[in-house]
Design a protein around this ligand. Structure first.
Ligand SMILES: Nc1nc2c(ncn2[C@@H]2O[C@H](COP(=O)(O)OP(=O)(O)O)[C@@H](O)[C@H]2O)c(=O)[nH]1
Ligand SMILES: [Mg+2]
Length: 480
């Protein structure tokens, strides 16, 4: 998805990180961004407004004179992309006392019927009882198609051969008496927008009063998706757009234009023909993807929050570690990771330097972290500051205290000592570099070239005694 815009944008953004930034080359870079947008079939006005906003911030606020200007520009682009597509609340609010009615509409072939099945499956997995309604009486095969989908996922399908409004009304009655909590209306489409279709849908809207009206749009039609959304929104007051076929080679025009043109957010995205292939639309994730940055930007945001929440004391301590004035101790380790855990950055814990070596593959990172925390908590302060004094008997005591095997303590301490130096290096990096390092770590399971190396598995056969290691560290310190 979005291959070419990602590539073009990444190329343009990478230029910002090379060489000295001037107002001129910022403009030049942004011209490339603009070109990438238009090539991806983003709406012309949306593109121009976007570039103007980014330029005003990048040049107007004198980013160049600030620290790390390139990172700031990338951040501005990211923020504006998120703004362009969000905010969006991906939840579906359900009524407690009556069925919640979701009406799906859209052009023929957009993926309405499939998406009805996807939503039903998702709700069912959440323990909710949905009812599918075959309200597309335009094509005889449509009812059959919905029934097949219903059968696949074990969700009943309401149908009868009358007219669309009656089918929907009776379906809602049926749902009430059979305690279905959600009713999903699969309506008819046309190859193009036409008045007859609009009237049929408007009538269902008026008589059945759905709680939410979703427009299903094919992402492959590019910015035309925004125009279609506008027409439907004018008639039906849409609650959200569901963008389908993003698993294909959609260029991004639809995803980037819909919200800006209509004010209606994209709520879900279809990522395949299978009924499981429905995802919440996350503007942040989509922005990162479009920028060709993986989920980097999401991580940047989380890291920023984390840093903002740090106390003065913590900050000062990190600075001293970075400068090499102080060792990265087990206490620091504990503080660092407890923070991450507090923020629920589960996936991040697993991708921090050295962390993946500290846990087995199938281990839940949070659980692994709790075990480590347990071990650290079973050590007195003295050991926190100088883990090298931990000998056989101390190891046994820690294991007993935290309910793990002594060799787990051994393994943990071994990994920790390797991690120390990396953590110090990391604290010296800008947030951007840090995150790049983390994500490259998690992707390749190794550090970026030239970076510090974590030794895994392969043992030398000789295990240094705690004393030997203490000696070694003293020597290292002297060398500095
Ligand atoms: N690749 C892909 N195909 C999809 C997606 N959603 C729907 N389709 C396919 O698009 C075609 C039309 O879907 P359908 O649900 O019948 O559209 P409707 O006419 O709007 O009801 C079918 O072949 C679906 O399998 C999607 O997210 N990705
Ligand atoms: Mg259909």
């Amino acid at each position: 998805m979005f291959d070419s815009i990602s590539k073009a944008l990444k190329g343009a953004l990478d230029k910002f990180t090379r060489g000295k930034l001037t107002a001129d080359n910022i403009r030049e870079g942004l011209r490339e961004v603009r070109r990438a947008f238009l090539e991806a079939d983003v709406n012309f006005n949306v593109t121009n407004d976007f570039i103007a906003r980014v330029e005003a911030q990048a040049i107007g606020q004198d980013v160049i004179s600030k620290a790390k200007p390139s990172e700031q520009i990338i951040q501005i682009v990211y923020n504006e992309l998120v703004q362009l597509m969000g905010p969006v609340d991906p939840t579906i609010k359900l009524h407690k006392d009556r069925p919640t009615v979701l009406m799906m509409c859209g052009l023929q072939g957009a993926g309405k019927t499939t998406t009805c099945g996807k939503l039903a499956l998702r709700l069912q997995k959440e323990g909710i009882r949905p009812l599918l309604v075959a309200a597309d009486l335009q094509r005889p095969a449509a009812i059959e198609q919905l029934k097949v989908i219903g059968q696949q996922i074990g969700v009943p399908v309401y149908s009868e051969t009358s007219d669309p409004v009656t089918v929907c009304q009776k379906a809602v009655e049926f749902a009430k008496s059979n305690s279905h909590q959600v009713v999903i209306l699969d309506t008819a489409g046309r190859l193009q927008i036409d008045e007859e279709l609009m009237q049929e849908l408007a009538q269902i809207d008026r008589k059945v009063r759905p709680d939410e009206v979703y427009l299903v749009v094919d992402a492959m039609i590019g910015q035309e998706a925004a125009n279609v959304s506008k027409v439907f929104n004018d008639r039906l007051a849409l609650n959200g757009v569901i963008l389908t076929k993003l698993d294909g080679d959609a260029r991004g025009g639809a995803a980037l234009s819909v919200k800006a043109v209509t004010g209606v957010p994209i709520k879900f995205i279809g990522m395949g023909e299978k009924l499981q292939a429905l995802e919440d639309f996350r503007p942040e994730g989509m922005a990162s993807r479009i920028m060709g940055q993986g989920d980097l930007m999401g991580l940047v945001g989380k890291m920023q929050t984390l840093q903002q929440e740090m106390t003065e004391e913590e900050r000062a301590r990190h600075e001293r570690i970075a400068k090499g004035e102080k060792d990265f101790t087990l206490e620091d380790f504990r503080g660092y990771f407890v923070n991450l855990k507090k923020m629920g950055i589960k996936e991040m814990i697993g991708s921090l330097p050295g962390m993946s070596e500290m846990m087995t593959e199938d281990q839940n990172p949070e659980e692994a972290l709790s075990r480590m925390q347990g071990m650290i908590d079973s050590m007195p302060k003295k050991e926190h500051r100088d883990p090298d004094i931990i000998d056989q008997s101390r190891r046994k005591r820690i294991a007993a205290g935290s309910g793990v095997q002594p060799q787990e303590v051994t393994q943990f301490l071994k990994q920790f000592s390797q991690m120390r130096e990396i953590m110090r290096k990391m604290l010296n990096m800008s947030m951007w570099q840090r995150i790049r390092m983390m994500t490259s770590l998690s992707k390749m399971g190794a550090l970026s070239p030239g970076g510090p190396q974590i030794k895994t598995k392969g043992d030398t056969g000789h295990r240094k005694s705690p004393r030997e290691r203490a000696e070694e560290r003293k020597k290292k310190k002297k060398r500095k």
